[in-house]
Design a protein. Structure first.
Length: 99
């Protein structure tokens, strides 16, 4: 079964939180002067850390956009099915307790 709207929104919230975390690091840079930035990021290990965080933030933003598109497409499909009077049970995934 494909993802439900609820599971897609859950994934989107998770990606948003991870992206926010990665961007917090980048916001610290925003407060620096160029001289402070140069002093910190001319060291190789700090430059590598900056690269990793920047790449992670970009990758998470890409995932975020893909999830938003998938939610949009799922909603369009759901609306089409509903307006055609079709059964919508395949858009629902009931949860059960495992304890």
């Amino acid at each position: 079964m494909s993802d439900t709207i609820g599971s897609l929104v859950d994934k989107l919230a998770t990606v948003d939180l991870k992206m926010f975390s990665a961007q917090e690091f980048l916001y610290d840079i925003r407060k620096m002067t160029f001289e402070e930035f140069k002093e910190i990021y001319t060291r190789e290990e700090n430059l590598l850390e900056l690269y990793d965080i920047f790449k992670k933030a970009c990758d998470l933003n890409f995932q975020r956009n893909q999830l938003i598109d998938e939610i949009d497409m799922t909603l369009i499909d759901l609306i089409k099915e509903a307006t055609n009077g079709n059964d919508l049970s395949n858009y629902l995934q009931l949860k059960h307790k495992t304890y």
